[in-house]
Design a protein around this ligand. Structure first.
Ligand code: ADP
Ligand code: MG
Length: 257
């Protein structure tokens, strides 16, 4: 059974894409079969896995507007040295979907209805959401079993979190009763500053959501890896970033058992 996790936070730059890529790769290293869905028109997950997002003819856009079947959009085994990762890619075309679907009934269910056809082939399906609470994020949450929220260790970390939790609750009530919070994962933690520690303590005091024990450090290798089109566990397997995402994957697997 495919366990489906939406990686969401309407703030940009908090580590959604970095987490989607590297959690997926770390799960694949544990011999899990993974489908990554790039639901962001920026297509950074697509390019981060080494695909040329401008050279792809079938993307999640074609799936959303009903032009292609889900099987036509999936690219198989996209990482040469790490089998088991499939992707539904994205590029800037996706930004038009919201307007094109404006009059379509039940558009919140488009992604779910397609993913239902393939989910049993995968151990985990990871959906990288755009930095908004748009129709695409609602589609992702309607498809998902769980929402994983990366939070950057910075001063405004809590900003927007209550709105995000509210959205999760609305989707649960109206569209997807299965939906649950998987939890919050802190990203870009800088051990040299007090601020990071204060943010972690402060956020923990203010939220009821689960918090992953694993904290993702600020690690330059994580920022470099996408320009080589590689996940961190292939780019720099001994880095602190690779180690952290391995531990996060172990926690995600443990949450399922
Ligand atoms: P989002 O998808 O939420 O917009 P990204 O994953 O794209 O966020 O991260 C924003 C930027 O921060 C990117 O340039 C990325 O390479 C960098 N980044 C993300 N996580 C880390 C980290 N743990 N350490 C260093 N840089 C990071
Ligand atoms: Mg992103």
């Amino acid at each position: 059974m495919g366990r489906i996790i939406a990686v969401a936070n309407q703030k940009g730059g908090v580590g959604k894409t970095t987490t989607s890529i590297n959690l997926s790769a770390a799960l694949a290293e544990e011999n899990k079969k993974i489908l990554v869905i790039d639901a962001d028109p920026q297509g950074n997950t697509t390019s981060g896995f080494g695909l040329d997002k401008n050279e792809i003819d079938r993307t999640i856009y074609h799936l959303m507007i009903g032009e292609s079947s889900v099987d036509e959009c999936i690219r198989h085994n996209i990482v040469e040295d790490l089998p088991g990762i499939d992707i539904i890619p994205s590029n800037i075309n996706l930004s038009a979907a919201e307007i094109e679907l404006i009059d379509i009934e039940k558009k919140e269910y488009i992604l779910k209805n397609e993913i239902d056809k393939v989910k049993d082939r995968y151990d985990f399906i990871i959906i990288d959401c755009p930095p908004s609470l748009s129709m695409l994020t609602v589609n992702a949450m309607t498809t998902a079993d769980k929402v994983l929220v990366p939070i950057q260790c910075e001063y405004y970390a809590l900003e927007g979190l209550s709105q995000l939790v509210h959205t999760v609750n609305l989707v649960k009530e109206r569209l997807n009763p299965r939906l649950e919070m998987e939890g919050v994962v802190f990203t870009m933690f800088d051990a040299r500053t007090n601020l990071s520690l204060q943010v972690v303590e402060n956020v923990k005091d203010h939220i009821d959501e689960n918090v992953f024990k694993t904290i993702i450090p600020r690690n330059i290798r994580l920022a470099e890896a996408p320009s080589y089109g590689l996940p961190i566990n292939l780019y720099e397997p001994k880095s602190a970033g690779a180690e952290a995402y391995k531990l996060l994957a172990e926690e995600v697997i443990a949450n399922e058992s």
